[in-house]
Write a protein that binds this ligand. Structure first.
Ligand SMILES: [Zn+2]
Ligand SMILES: [Zn+2]
Length: 172
């Protein structure tokens, strides 16, 4: 990843929603939890975590759908109001300051490979974890895995948030 060098455009499948990530994401999760398997209809979800103010809506609008999450605190999916494809979500634990952009909706998803595999306890057995990418059975601490530049960006978020907590960009 090379933050700030290039933008990352994406959108829904009917092309009503178009958005831009202004920089590289903070970190990319490949989540193998059962919730992500259900919500994606696939074996995992691929989410690029990025500051909300670095995601710009270029066209269209999103509809926010409250969805249950494993913690009970909920997850808010932003979907195209026409084709209903989810373009990003927010977890209650991470607050509105961090968006989980669905990597598959980027025009060039290959540019955001996973930085970590999480909840591998429930990964589908045929999926072989790639060597060289961190993998954890459940969740993890950002301080132990995020690169220094992303931790600095996280500090800025925490400072800006003050009262409302941005705890650890943790899905909960
Ligand atoms: Zn659409
Ligand atoms: Zn998950």
């Amino acid at each position: 990843m090379n933050p700030g060098v290039a933008v990352y455009d994406g959108g829904c499948t009917c092309r009503f929603v178009r958005y831009r990530m202004a920089t590289a994401p903070l970190f990319v999760h490949c989540c193998h939890c059962r919730w992500c398997q259900r919500e994606s209809g696939s074996a995992f979800a691929l989410n690029a975590l990025i500051e909300a103010d670095r995601v710009q809506l270029l066209a269209g609008d999103v509809e926010v759908i409250d969805t249950p999450s494993s913690s009970g605190k909920g997850q808010r999916f932003s979907r195209c109001p026409r084709c209903r494809v989810a373009v990003w979500s927010n977890y209650a634990g991470a607050g509105d300051a961090v968006r989980f952009v669905r990597v598959g909706t980027l025009d060039e998803p290959d540019r955001c490979p996973p930085d970590i595999h999480i909840f591998t306890l429930s990964k589908q057995p045929w999926f072989v974890l790639p060597p060289g990418t961190p993998a954890v059975p459940e969740y993890y601490k950002a301080g132990e895995y995020w690169p220094a530049a992303s931790l600095e960006r996280r500090q800025a978020l925490l400072a800006a948030a003050q009262a409302p907590r941005v705890s650890s960009a943790e899905p909960s």
